[in-house]
Design a protein around this ligand. Structure first.
Ligand SMILES: [Fe+2]
Length: 302
């Protein structure tokens, strides 16, 4: 099944600091992404805010606890609550991470990478299909930032992610900052990562800031997007075309105006990248200028 993912434009995370603005009906962004778990099984103000926002602009639900790669049984209670929220909010997209974070009922509260093996691939693809059946809609899976790799891996991360998406017929939430962070930490090429992702599977992009400790990049979401990540975003848009893009800023959430400025910067970079892409396509599709052959017709030679 082809990916069903609308182009929403440029959004920001729905965070409590900016709830009043949303309650006043002044979102000033194209869409918002809400962390699913913060609104599941709860009523009160958070849900009221989410429902208010949903009346004004599209909402995307993004989970952190599905733990799609774990070998524990899928948490049916969690999925029932997520399904309730999905039915209530009717989000434009639903996503979580390609990772694991629970083992024998114990949560690590972190997004740990998977070994990139055929065994893990079959396991994850089967579980994604199960989740999609329960939710009755497609899921998008996000690549995580990572700080370790497994000796058992036989595939690259991008081969693994692309194959999960193809087998499970799900979407990809491409976190461009995570690509950059993991590429630097593990010494692979971020360009090879982007080149290995099937464009038809990409339904959303994340951009965020990270901390450079000197020998490691940490995915901190506590600052503006770096120049290297903007460059990689430009490359991603040229490859994948217009894609719903979110600024993730979770620690030290800035003033609303600063957040919107970062989101508008993303819109500007996307416009430039698309103009460049269209220019390249026009150039390639131009018929070559006819060059008279020596001695050929019209050359004047006998
Ligand atoms: Fe992300």
């Amino acid at each position: 099944m082809a990916l069903q993912a609308p182009h929403l434009g440029h959004g920001v995370g729905l965070r409590p600091r900016h709830f009043p603005r949303f309650l006043e009906g002044r979102p000033e962004v194209d869409w918002v992404e809400a962390i699913s778990e913060n609104f599941m099984g709860v009523g009160g103000r958070p849900l009221a805010v989410l429902e208010r926002v949903r009346r004004d602009i599209p909402v995307v639900l993004h989970g952190v606890s599905l733990s799609i790669g774990s070998v524990d049984k899928l948490d049916t209670e969690y999925l029932a609550q997520l399904k309730d929220l999905v039915e209530r909010i009717q989000p434009a997209l639903v996503s979580d991470h390609l990772c694991w974070g629970v083992h024998r009922g114990r949560y690590v509260h972190d997004l740990w990478p998977l070994p990139f093996t055929e065994e893990a691939l079959a396991h994850v693809a089967g579980r994604v299909a199960e989740v999609q059946d329960i939710l009755g809609r497609q899921l998008l899976l996000e690549n995580v930032s990572s700080y370790l790799t497994y000796a058992e891996s036989t595939l690259t991360e991008w081969e693994f992610l692309a194959e999960v998406a193809e087998r499970a017929e799900c979407g990809i939430l491409l976190d461009v900052n995570n690509v950059h962070v993991s590429a630097r930490n593990h010494g692979f090429s971020a360009h090879a990562f982007l080149a290995g992702i099937p464009p038809a599977r990409v339904g959303q992009i994340h951009l965020a800031g990270h901390l450079d400790t000197g020998n490691l990049l940490l995915d901190t979401h506590d600052r503006e997007v770096s120049d290297e990540v903007w460059a990689l975003y430009r490359e991603a848009i040229r490859r994948f075309g217009p894609t719903s893009t979110l600024i993730e800023w979770d620690e030290g959430v800035p003033e609303w105006e600063r957040l919107v400025e970062e989101s508008r910067k993303a819109a500007g970079v996307e416009r430039e990248a698309l103009a460049a892409r269209n220019g390249e396509r026009r150039f390639v599709s131009q018929p070559p200028h006819p060059v008279p052959l020596p001695g050929g017709e019209g050359s004047g030679a006998p």
